[in-house]
Design a binder for this molecule. Sequence first.
Ligand code: ATP
Length: 313
Amino acid sequence: MSGEPLVQVCGLHKRYGPVHAVRGLDFHLERGRVLGLLGANGAGKTSTLGMLAGVLAPSEGRVVIAGHDLRRSPLAAKARLGYLPETPPVFQDLTVDEYLHHCARLRGLTGRRLAAAVDAAKSRCGLADSGTRLLGNLSKGYRQRAGLAQAIVHAPDVVILDEPTAGLDPAQMRDLRQVIRALGREHAVILSTHVLPEAQTLCDRVQIMHEGRLALSAPMDALPGDDAGHRVRLRCSPGAGKVAALPMVDAAEEDVDGSLRVRVRGGEDGVVDFAAACAAAGWGLLELSPRRQSLEDLFISIACSDGAREPAA
Ligand code: ATP
């Protein structure tokens, strides 16, 4: 899981004429990790994924896949990555088997290795019994699986998925997420999504883009919440006003569930003093825990920070 990152991104920019869609991204990703790229419409996610997949030329910056610079050694870099664009690149008139054999041949596989690779990809994507079905007759969920199978048929190190579950029904979403979670154990996966609970369950790390920049990059289990205060439950609450009047308290307000949202000053000492003050006042302290902002809180605070708008020139 450790070692050299499989994906390294340095100073990445994308301009479409006057539109500056991606404005200087820097990040890296190791094997065994799933990175979720979030952002409002127009934030720059698809442009970023296209550049990482080598299908869109950056205006500036560098992408290195498994040690291969995507611009200097495109064939070596692309051999190590698989890409599922927003619309899966499937041919309606081919069967699943014909399509995956074609994709595997394009990836340089032949003979027994090709047959084994196609079987493995089909089995991982839940297509083992669908080889003879025409792609044009498949449901959207199964077409998406075929798209995913073409992205992994050559066992790439890095898998890039642009909104892989968009438009699927809840059961199809659940199935595809299981496939992606399993992929994440062996590969490095980067996916974009608008479904925040999906990011929360699938991803180890989240990056929120806003107007072409990374506005947040954090491990999913340690989202920033330092300024979110403490959640406090008191058996005999005197009300937020009296709590706010304590000398170590900056602010207190009541939450919808009857608990208090309390901002204490003075770091850990302040929190200890606050607990002692609650006990001394006989309020019956039942709970005192740091509040974490939910991913949704973070997303909305970022997406609405200047009013959501398309990246400007
Ligand atoms: P969505 O969630 O709606 O798919 P996104 O975060 O993926 O959005 P991009 O599709 O990367 O965002 O678009 C970023 C910005 O670049 C937008 O302002 C978009 O209009 C613009 N853009 C994207 N592709 C082109 C293009 N080919 N020519 C001109 N502008 C483009």
